[in-house]
Ligand binder design. Sequence first.
Ligand code: ZN
Length: 293
Amino acid sequence: MAVRRRGGVQSYPDVPVDLWVTCRKCGGMHYRPEFEAELRVCPSCNYHDRLDAAERIALLLDDPDEFHELDADITAADPLEFSRPSGSYVDRVAKARALTSRNEAIVCGVGPMHGRPIALGVMEFGFIAGSMGSATGEKITRLFEHALRHRLPVITVTASGGARQDEGLFALMQMARTTAAAARLGEAGLPHICVMADPTLAGVTASFASVADIIVGEPGATIRFAGSRVVQGTLRRRAPVEDHTAEWVLRQGLLDLVVPRRELRETLSRVIGHLAPAQTAAPTPNTPTAVRA
Ligand SMILES: [Zn+2]
């Protein structure tokens, strides 16, 4: 292999630059195919790296090709004609759409998990930090309404910086709106399980995510309402980083489970089987006994 030296630094032009992944937490270098085979969990420190919505869907469903997406065309409006020095909200949305190939910060749809249809909503952190604007709230609300009409259990996977500031009060309204939609699902006796992935913050933590029947955290995920600057300004002290991990939140009683990514699909399937046994289940040869019960 040809090795070039430029300014004393070795360069290997034949090696693809993305062949190695650096762990966001411990800085360890990992061979990308092995890291991805481990579902992007760091073998050194167990950090659960962020997954995009498509990877989440592939992780949770029997076959991602069987995922039927709902309301994919819904996208943000600009009710406040908001602009920052760095650019307009319209430009931010356009960049996010180009970056993620999504129209909003959540992907909603229906697909089978162990043969059972599930209404699934997965937040796309790459779309303006997974923030919840009015279109995001609309999609979440419609997902709950779809589940209600078709008697489906709901799984939401959150990864979000909170309400989208560019939409001001219109974004904050989505907290009440999505929570009300989740409540209507509960009144109908249908289960909602929320998986809080890294990070789940602010307006999403304080709305539909925290009213789920079962709330699951991924190991090490940052879960909190107020950001560190707000905490420091209010309490006059810096809150330790570990005070906001899924494990700490579990000890405070705000989570029900912390589940490693590799066990997530089985665990969710089992929980749904207990919460709504045989409601719409269509057992398949690979359906575990516990789920059929
Ligand atoms: Zn690591």
